[in-house]
Design a binder for this molecule. Structure first.
Ligand code: NAD
Ligand code: UPG
Length: 430
């Protein structure tokens, strides 16, 4: 099948490389010329394991990139993989998806034959039917169901595992109001589904949109619930990790996403939970449980700093922040819990030194005023305290590096440090 993809970020590039791998001919369209140049050179614009190999194999043959929307006319299906950021009030901003739809519709005006437009971006229920579809009809001059149609196909990949999650998904969700778009999606994903072990959910547009939010809201709330339980555990001297291991044995609970600590960040959970809360508010429903999940998440960095405060004033003292990325395996610092932690330390007048194996450059753009070390050992040297924010494996192996601290106080927000001897060690929920 000939496929075009608008937007070549985390999702668009992964989709482009993986659909090429599945045998389709793919054209990636992005407004950013540097992204297009890199893709055409077979160079990954984002860091994801396995992506560079796929691009090196398919760029220039089954995968090409361009800044021109005209390329969509040579394809049968177009995915919209554009950002859907939060507005100031938390509600979703669909401006870029609408802009992309307008340019796409204009390019499709002169297209002969049928075309399917698939929304891949995370959008609140109603966006595809009430915004994308009418805009597409208006700008293309065609009528839905008569040559053009829309579908919604949410994406569940995790950063750091994008390629493997895409090629080996837990499920596929196809949303549409007619049979035509569903059968096109079936055909497109056939190389994955013919293996027989990928459940396919065929549903309506609004349901597909909501499934994505429900998925993320559930996972974020699961972590917040475990954080709340962990905070209670801490008050009673109970180890929340032992509790989590035990409750995770109950199939109805499941063992994943029970790691308590400094909370959830990243480009999706904070934005998507906020968008769902705002969408509920707009519909007159007060999503109290989701708001509480956000409150607990906001509280965890403050609790980490309060534990540090219990061990003395850090004003004027060197404090190491170990881990800056929002999770291990990525250089992404968007909504990283390190941000409120660093800000809280600066508010206390501490001399902050940050360390991360890959995310230093990105955090430097956010906090140019702090020091950045090129190893955990260098960050710890002479520090009066250390806080651990990201569960990078290398922090588990830290040992005599702690002996170079001026005062060995360690507050661990991720239960990753293994050394205890000679340390004043505090876990956030244990
Ligand atoms: N990042 C993830 O892990 C993830 C996972 C699942 C779903 N999503 C959702 O997928 C969507 C895309 O997210 P992302 O992380 O891939 O975004 P991103 O910010 O990484 O990339 C977006 C790309 O779109 C390009 N772009 C912007 N405006 C454009 C336009 N008018 N025409 C063409 N290109 C344009 C940008 O240059 C950029 O390369 C969002 O709705 C997000 O919520 C993201
Ligand atoms: O037990 C856990 C698991 C995760 N986290 C934190 O939760 C955040 C999100 O982690 P993860 O879900 O692994 O990362 P993302 O790449 O943001 O992926 C989420 O967001 C994507 C974008 O919507 C979805 O596609 C994925 O399914 C969904 O897992 C990170 O800060 C983690 O440190 C915890 O605190 N405890």
């Amino acid at each position: 099948m000939n496929v075009s993809i608008i937007g070549s970020g985390y999702v668009g590039t992964t989709l482009a490389a993986c659909l090429a791998e599945l045998g389709h001919t793919v054209t990636a369209i992005d407004v950013d010329e540097s992204v297009v140049d890199r893709l055409n050179a077979g160079d990954a614009p984002i860091h994801e394991p396995g992506l560079a190999d796929l691009l090196a194999e398919h760029a220039g043959t089954r995968l090409t990139a361009t800044t021109s929307y005209d390329a969509v006319r040579d394809t049968d299906v177009t995915f919209l993989a554009l950002p859907t950021p939060s507005r100031e009030d938390g509600s979703i901003d669909t401006g870029l998806v609408e802009q992309g739809t307008e340019s796409l519709g204009a390019a499709l005006r002169e297209k002969q034959g049928s075309h399917l437009v698939v929304v891949k971006s995370t959008v609140v229920p109603g966006t595809t039917a009430d915004r994308v579809a009418p805009l597409l009809e208006e700008t293309s001059g065609k009528r839905l169901g008569e040559g053009i149609d829309v579908a919604m196909n949410p994406e569940f990949l995790r950063e750091g595992h994008a390629v493997s999650d895409f090629l080996d998904p837990d499920k596929l969700v196809f949303g549409a109001e007619r049979e035509g778009p569903i059968s096109t999606l079936r055909e497109l994903y056939r190389p994955l589904t013919e293996r027989g072990d990928v459940p396919v959910v065929e549903t309506g547009l609004r349901e597909a949109e909501m499934i994505k939010y429900a998925n993320n809201a559930f996972l974020a709330t699961k972590i917040s619930l475990m954080n709340e339980l962990g905070n209670i555990c801490k008050e009673y001297g109970v180890d929340a990790y032992e509790v989590a291991d035990a409750i995770g044995l109950d199939d109805r609970i499941g063992s994943q996403f029970l790691a308590s600590g400094v909370g959830w960040g990243g480009s999706c959970f904070p934005k998507d939970v906020a968008a769902l809360v705002a969408a509920a508010d707009a519909a007159g429903y007060d999503a109290g449980l989701l708001k509480a999940a956000v409150d607990v998440n906001d509280q965890q960095p403050r609790r980490l700093l309060a534990l540090l405060d219990d061990h003395g004033d850090v004003a004027g003292e060197r404090v190491a922040v170990l881990g800056l990325a929002f999770k291990p395996g990525t250089d992404d610092v968007r909504e990283s819990r390190a941000i409120p932690v660093i800000q809280g330390l600066l508010d206390r007048g501490a001399d902050v030194v940050g360390y991360d194996p890959v995310a230093t450059d990105r955090m430097r753009q956010r906090f140019p005023e702090i020091e950045y070390a090129d190893s955990a050992a260098a960050a710890l040297r002479g520090a009066h305290a250390a806080v651990v924010v990201t569960d990078w494996d290398e922090f588990a192996a830290l040992d005599e590096e702690f002996e170079a601290m001026a005062r060995p106080v360690v507050v661990d927000g991720r239960r990753i440090v293994e050394r205890r001897d000679g340390l004043t060690y505090e876990g956030l929920t244990w």
